[in-house]
Design a protein around this ligand. Structure first.
Ligand code: PRP
Length: 216
């Protein structure tokens, strides 16, 4: 019975490795060096598939993978239908924020009830946030490099992930609202949980025991 785990390259992959180690699983190839999309592990019945971060929930929902690790931002945008979410792994932490150009008076625009042009990949999160705030927005959907939008006049504000804040700083943008804290979750295909109960439980329990402690 093969177990397939969906991960995305970068921070999520790196920060999932210690959790895999707790389950006795070691990935045998480095995704930064290999072009392979299916990576073997030291356990013949466990493999890792590399997918785009935003595709992890899709793979797990439709059974292309039995389980996966995905950011809360991605889960909210995708919707969590059909996904069992047993664990907040407390890895790949960051936040979703609103940012504007240094010379844009966000407070004033909000107070005056101006329509805001907002560029983002996170349209569901942004829509809900501004609706709750009572701010009218024109949403511009982008797929990356959101920071460019206010610099080129495409938008007044962006809604994007912020971790260190270095990307905002390098592009002369300032964070004006923190919308929500983000971390990555383990998601499991519901049918697989029944059919492959034992091996999946073993992995879920090992991950649970290795979750980093909450920091303040
Ligand atoms: C994210 C985000 C910002 C950056 C923030 O991009 O979109 O660009 O990280 O990090 P910082 O605050 O530490 O500078 P990511 O590298 O995840 O790639 P993406 O553009 O594909 O989302």
């Amino acid at each position: 019975m093969t177990i397939t785990l969906a991960l995305s390259k970068g921070r999520i992959f790196e920060e999932t490795l210690p959790l895999l180690a707790a389950a006795g699983i070691e990935v045998l190839e480095d995704p930064e060096k290999s072009r392979k999309l299916i990576l073997p592990t030291n356990q013949p019945d466990v493999r890792v598939v590399l997918v785009r971060a935003s595709d992890v929930p899709t793979y797990v929902e439709y059974g292309g993978a039995d389980l996966g690790v995905t950011g809360k931002d991605t889960l909210i945008e995708h919707g969590s239908q059909g996904l069992y979410q047993p664990l907040d792994l407390r890895i790949a932490k960051c936040r979703v924020s609103v940012a504007v150009r240094q010379d844009f008076d966000y407070e004033r625009a909000v107070k005056q009830g101006s329509r805001l042009k907002v560029a983002t990949k996170y349209t569901s999160i942004a829509r809900e946030f501004f609706a709750t705030k009572g701010v009218h927005v024109d949403m511009v959907k982008l797929y990356g490099s959101m920071e460019l939008a206010p610099l080129t006049g495409l938008a007044d504000a962006i809604v994007d992930l912020v971790s260190t804040g270095n990307t905002l700083k390098a592009n002369h943008l300032v964070e004006v609202e923190r919308i929500m804290d983000i971390s990555s979750f383990l998601v499991v295909n519901q049918a697989a949980l029944k059919l492959k109960r034992e091996p999946l439980r073993r992995i879920i329990n090992a991950f649970a025991s290795a979750i980093p402690a909450e920091q303040n």
